[in-house]
Unconditional design. Structure first.
Length: 302
């Protein structure tokens, strides 16, 4: 009698992501993996290592550095690349500012997050990437829910959500014209809970920011922001020490913390299960307008 095997939910998601990653390697010539130092990009890099084991990662990690990152993120990025033996390519927002390609925002709500788009597109052009892999998921935000696995970008790096290619039966169309490229999202079908359960199952190392720790913060518009020289404060915004953690990791100027005692992956999973706020609910950049994320993505954002 022939044996039948059934995969768990996480195993199915892992197999799907690995299949997508191998398709990218097969269809494109020059690929980069966008790496922010956040949990999703770490999981994607972990999946890529499994997809091509025992060979080394066949493409570089690409970090778009705003210059206003958490120090813990940069330290983790560098140690992680050394650990896995990956090539690291860094695109600098500060260089884009210095070259006059973008203008830095001013004021209390100033952020370099939007400026990353120009730096990203310049990095893609300089490195001649015809595909860049990202860790975006459809459950994160409504604009990202419109993405396909293979997201076509025109010669200007722009995305048209109304003109995407069908992906029937997991057949991915990577055909492009000269100067065009694709963004590829292998964990599109994962949820925040899936990511955390996979991190637990695979014992994946993460930056300390994800776990509860004492930090100086201040409240702004209902969100706890890290006290930093990069964020000007109003006189009414008082700094105090709280035990917090971060559900997402991005530019320090737009990434909020939540009060939490979750100091382990198991406790984070329990916290996520009980939460009624999305993980990007603490991201100030998503609150600038109703269509903030979609507008940025159309311009070439992650």
């Amino acid at each position: 009698m022939q044996k039948t095997y059934s995969l768990t939910h996480l195993q199915e998601l892992e197999a799907e992501a690995i299949y997508v990653l191998r398709e990218v390697a097969a269809q494109f010539e020059r690929v980069g993996l966008l790496f922010s130092g956040g949990k999703d990009s770490i999981v994607v890099s972990h999946l890529a290592r499994k997809a091509f084991f025992p060979a080394k990662l066949p493409f570089p990690l690409v970090h778009i550095d705003t210059g206003h990152n958490f120090p813990e993120t940069i330290a983790f990025r560098d140690s992680y690349c050394r650990k896995i033996g990956a090539e690291l390519i860094v695109g600098s927002v500060q260089e884009s500012i210095d070259q006059g390609k973008v203008v830095e925002e001013k004021g209390y709500n100033a952020s370099r997050n939007v400026l990353q788009t120009v730096t990203l597109l310049d990095t893609i052009e300089r490195e001649k990437f015809d595909a860049v892999i990202g860790g975006a998921r459809r459950d994160e935000e409504k604009a990202r829910a419109k993405e396909r696995f293979f997201s076509h970008r025109d010669e200007f790096g722009q995305w048209d959500p109304k003109n995407q290619r069908p992906e029937l039966w997991n057949i991915f169309n990577g055909r492009k014209q000269f100067g065009e490229h694709f963004r590829v999202f292998p964990i599109s079908n994962w949820t925040e809970m899936d990511v955390w359960q996979y991190i637990l199952a695979e014992n994946i190392e993460l930056p300390s920011l994800y776990f509860s720790h004492q930090r100086e913060v201040f409240a702004r518009d209902g969100v706890l922001m890290a006290a930093s020289d990069y964020i000007p404060r109003r006189d009414s915004e008082k700094v105090e020490k709280k035990v917090v953690r971060f559900r997402t990791i991005g530019d320090i100027t737009c990434t909020g913390a939540v009060e939490s005692a979750a100091d382990s992956v198991e406790k984070i999973i329990a916290e996520v299960a009980a939460s009624r706020t999305t993980e990007r609910g603490t991201r100030a950049d998503d609150k600038r307008s109703e269509a903030a994320m979609e507008d940025r993505k159309k311009d070439g954002y992650f």
